[in-house]
Design a protein around this ligand. Structure first.
Ligand SMILES: [Zn+2]
Length: 330
């Protein structure tokens, strides 16, 4: 039955995503692929999920490297059923887990890397997750700073508390947020992992394997929470470090967090364009068409864990174009 549903959905992709000047480009976002499922983060795909997703993509769609896809979208030569795979942030599983699967299927992906976390760094939300993972006790009491206590007695309570805590901390300025996290993470600081993100050598391995590497700033600030000079320095610093590491130009960029009008504004888009990036990606869902803004290409998070739903939602995504972010780009 499942096979029948999948084979019925397949042919519709060519209709939903015609090629050439009517081309529609779907860009998928991933962050991590885990070796084993994580009970604290059930939303993160593991190896088995990623494998069947790649198999379906390979079977029904035309997977392209993002730089190539952008050029073909611009020139009106995009193939039918075009899709790109992207990974944000620079997690170490990119080389350990993801790369072998991509190579087995013979497909390419783009990795947007926040350079400050390479070689032993850790992103703030991972510090929150890992702190609660290692925390023993029935609750984490942050009533003096955040005005709340967070239940941590069971894995389900920890999972809920991770989500609530990340939501609350996300709204704070980076300096205040990081100071608060350092304070409550202190009791378990020596047990937190330092190998979540890639090393410089692993980035080189990805590049040498033919994967595309893109900029994602240095420390991953949400642009609307810092001033313009900081944004400029962050974009440039991230790109220069990658170019130095790879001895190759970095032409693509992904906005941290990536929601237009919330996480970045028009002035940030102009900055990315003026810095000479060929294209940039947001986290607004939908597909890019030839007349869209190439510095705000939409992306789509494939969060379904059932193959027929994964494919159906991908198909639906091809019907979503975004006149609200269209600008003069051709
Ligand atoms: Zn990111």
């Amino acid at each position: 039955m499942k096979e029948k549903i999948l084979s019925l959905i397949g042919p519709f992709f060519s209709l939903a995503s015609p090629g050439a000047v009517r081309g529609r480009l779907s860009i998928l976002i991933y962050h991590q692929v885990l070796e084993h499922p994580d009970p604290l983060r059930p939303e993160v795909p593991d190896v088995s999920v990623f494998e069947w997703q790649m198999q379906l993509l390979k079977q029904h769609l035309c997977i392209l490297p993002l730089d190539d896809a952008v050029r073909r979208l611009r020139s009106g030569t995009l193939p039918r059923r075009a899709v790109c795979i992207t990974f944000d942030d620079g997690y170490a599983d990119s080389t350990k887990v993801v790369l072998p699967i991509l190579q087995r299927f013979g497909v390419s992906a783009t990795f947007f890397i926040a350079t400050a976390f390479l070689n032993g760094g850790r992103m703030w939300h991972d510090t929150v997750i890992e702190t609660l993972r290692h925390f023993s006790g029935d609750w984490l009491d942050l009533s003096d700073s955040l005005g709340q206590r967070f239940l941590t007695g069971t894995i389900f309570e920890k999972r809920r508390s991770v989500r609530r805590l990340i939501m609350l901390l996300k709204g704070l300025s980076p300096t205040i947020r990081d100071a608060e996290i350092r304070r409550f993470a202190a009791p378990v600081a020596d047990r937190l992992p330092n190998d979540l993100m890639m090393t410089s050598e692993q980035v080189r391995v990805l590049h040498q394997a033919g994967m595309v590497v893109g900029g994602h700033t240095a420390t991953h600030p949400i642009f609307t929470t810092v001033d313009l000079d900081t944004v400029y320095a962050e974009i440039l610093q991230g790109r220069l470090m990658l170019e130095d590491l790879l001895d190759a130009p970095v032409t693509l960029f992904a906005y941290p967090n990536g929601r237009p009008f919330y996480d970045y504004m028009d002035e940030h888009v102009n900055m990315v364009r003026e810095l000479g990036f060929e294209a940039a990606v947001s986290t607004t869902s939908g597909v890019a068409t030839r007349t869209d803004d190439y510095w705000q290409l939409p992306r789509f998070t494939p969060w379904d864990r059932v193959p027929e739903r994964f494919l159906a939602r991908l198909l639906l995504n091809y019907t979503k174009t975004h006149p609200d972010v269209i600008r003069n780009t051709l």
